[in-house]
Every structure is written in structure tokens, then in C-alpha cells.
Design a protein around this ligand. Structure first.
Ligand code: PRP
Length: 208
């Protein structure tokens, strides 16, 4: 049995459809219930729905053999997992955004509000720019509007949230998409099954 952690929500449903087409179905999963764990012994899979940002924790600690999580989480938390496949879904980008017309003053420490402190720190360190990180847990876009920060580092998908708050992307840091990840020792014990899963899932990935 392969234990698979799926991110709850729209992305998870899309990814489950890929698993299903790849030959790892579990029809009970689509029944509208509050259940979180689903088995299909015949297909050799057990799925669980977890909060998207928790998938890597389940996989890193071996509660799941494999899982699907965003590249943003891998870059931010650097979990000890294998990254096996880019699923090319859940596509967005990590970007720096600022109020329309913002001009950076290089003589001043830049105040950066973000949920992704490490990504922001690494990015500005690579550019030799002094920053002050203001770590927030959500609704990052309001920080520069209220004068809490100069810029934000956040995920941009459609750009609607930025537009509606009169912010604009000033730099793209890195493109993001969902990745298939695996627990390191689980991979050793279940190499054959996991490699087959990766191979079959690879066929379901739509190339850009
Ligand atoms: C994410 C991100 C942006 C928004 C971007 O927020 O932090 O706020 O989506 O999407 P868009 O470009 O399509 O508008 P999320 O919904 O995860 O909420 P939170 O960060 O405020 O918790």
C-alpha cells in the first residue's frame, strides 16, 4: 500500500484526477463526505486529505510515503524529502509586489512583509539588499497599504488580488508549480511501487 497525502482543495482534486487516470483510483474519495482517509486495497493506495501547507510534514515524517505540494513550500521549509516530479499544475509565481508607482530607495532598509521569510531573505541576500522581514500569516497585500511594509513577497496566480489592492509585481522571484514528493526511507522500502507511480503520473503531466 502506498500512502498518499493530497492537498485539500481545488488543486488536490485536480491532482487526484491525475492519480486516477494514472491507474490509482479510489472512487470513495469523490463521495461528498467529511472523511479524510480513503483506501483502495486493489489499487494499492491509501489517500488522505491534509492542509496543503502540511503535506510536506506528513511526507517528511513518513506518515505518508508520497504527497503533492507546491514548490513554494519546498523552498521555504526545505523538508528532507525527495522531489520526484513536476506535475505542472497549481502554477503561479513567487513575486515581489509594491504599491503602484513604488520606487525603491537603496539607502534605506527595505521592509518586506511575507509568509515566505526564507524565500524573501535568500532572494534579497543574493542581491546584497538590506531588508527587514515582517512575517505575516495571510492577507499580506494589506501590509504596504497600511504602511506596515514597503513591499511584499507573495504568491501571484491571476494577479487579481494585487490589482484590486492597487499593487503591482515589480520582480518575479521564481515560478511555482505542484511537485510529487516522497519520504526518503519510504522510497527505499517501496522503490518499485513508487517508481511505477512516478512513471504513470509522468504520462499524465501536461507539458507546457
Ligand atoms: C494567495 C496569495 C495571494 C493570492 C494570489 O492567497 O497569498 O493573496 O492567493 O492569487 P491571485 O493572484 O489569483 O489573486 P491565499 O488565497 O492562499 O490566502 P492568504 O495568503 O491570504 O492566506
Amino acid at each position: 500500500m502506498i500512502n498518499i497525502a493530497l492537498p485539500k482543495g481545488r488543486l488536490g482534486e485536480k491532482v487526484y484526477a491525475m492519480f486516477e487516470k494514472a491507474g490509482f483510483p479510489c472512487p470513495a474519495l469523490l463521495e461528498n463526505s467529511r472523511k479524510l482517509i480513503f483506501d483502495n486495497a486493489e489499487a494499492g493506495v491509501r489517500y488522505f486529505w491534509v492542509k496543503p501547507s502540511d503535506v510536506a510534514i506528513y511526507v517528511e515524517r513518513g506518515a505518508a510515503d508520497v504527497g503533492v505540494c507546491g514548490k513554494d513550500i519546498l523552498l521555504e521549509y526545505r523538508p528532507e524529502v525527495y522531489e520526484l516530479l513536476d506535475l505542472n499544475v497549481g502554477k503561479c509565481r513567487m513575486a515581489v509586489a509594491a504599491p503602484e508607482g513604488f520606487r525603491d530607495n537603496p539607502n534605506r532598509t527595505l521592509r518586506v512583509a511575507t509568509k515566505f521569510s526564507r524565500i524573501a531573505r535568500d532572494y534579497y541576500a543574493s542581491r546584497g539588499r538590506d531588508i527587514d522581514i515582517i512575517h505575516l500569516n495571510g492577507s499580506i497585500e494589506i501590509a504596504p497599504i497600511l504602511g506596515l511594509s514597503d513591499v511584499i513577497v507573495d504568491i501571484v496566480e491571476t494577479g487579481t488580488t494585487l490589482r484590486e489592492n492597487h499593487l503591482e509585481v515589480i520582480e518575479t522571484i521564481v515560478p511555482i508549480s505542484a511537485r510529487l514528493i516522497a519520504n526518503k526511507s519510504g522510497f527505499k522500502f517501496k522503490t518499485e511501487q513508487i517508481e511505477r507511480l512516478v512513471k504513470e503520473m509522468g504520462k499524465e503531466v501536461e507539458q507546457p
